[in-house]
Design a protein around this ligand. Structure first.
Ligand code: GRF
Length: 208
């Protein structure tokens, strides 16, 4: 069998890291075209750091509070760590810092994000609450390439779940999270393989 050269991936987190875990699990497959070489958090107390270490993944912390309001200095520190680990692709997974256009441009086409809504609906925060308030019948998640405008880059994968009578933010979030954990590894696979078809926002992906 021809030896596959895997893309080196860093996952950036700020919190519990369930999407991170889904990516780490997916990357265990022999035929997966990416390896997770680093989990990087901007918060020293992110629960995902312990989960990553348990899974045997190298972790680093670049604490944004150490840089005050100097976003550039924070991002230079991020870049240095990413370079040290020779990272090819960055996956944002619940990373709660807005990145500057300069940083985003440096990673153009090589930085992915997962967002808990059917973009372009509900960009920004509190998506599940806003979906319930808006009375939508379908809600979901989107993986997209990161561009300077928030939650607006080309869509790589998207899928939806029904919003059910009696749903709360928590029950809806839980149902959407299952979608997230499925579509993020799929989207990373396509980017790592150099084939990243842009999904139509309305398409329900085949379940295979
Ligand atoms: C997910 O809902 C993701 O879509 C959003 O932040 C949440 C992170 O959850 N960007 P986790 O840390 O991956 O569990």
């Amino acid at each position: 069998m021809r030896r596959m050269i895997r893309k080196r991936v860093a996952i950036l987190i700020s919190g519990r890291g369930s999407n991170m875990t889904a990516l780490i699990e997916a990357a265990k497959a022999e035929d997966y075209p990416a390896e997770i070489v680093l989990v990087l958090s901007n918060r020293p107390d992110a629960a995902g750091l312990a989960r990553a270490r348990q899974a045997g993944v190298v972790t680093e912390v670049v604490d944004h509070t150490a840089f005050g309001s100097d976003r550039e200095a924070f991002e230079h520190a991020l870049d240095r760590v990413l370079q040290t680990h020779r990272v090819d692709i960055v996956c944002l997974a619940g990373f709660m810092r807005v990145l500057t256009p300069a940083f985003v441009t440096r990673w153009n086409g090589r930085m992915l994000n997962i967002h808990p809504s059917l973009l372009p609906q509900f960009k920004g925060l509190n998506t599940h609450r806003r979906a319930l308030e808006a009375g939508v019948k379908r809600h979901g998640a989107t993986v997209h390439l990161v561009t300077p405008e928030l939650d607006s880059g080309p869509i790589l994968a998207q899928d939806w779940v029904p919003v059910l009578d009696g749903d709360t933010e928590d029950t809806l979030a839980e149902r959407v999270l299952e979608v997230e954990h499925r579509i993020y590894p799929e989207a990373l696979r396509r980017v790592a393989e150099g084939r990243a078809p842009i999904a139509s926002p309305d398409s329900k992906q085949a379940a295979n």
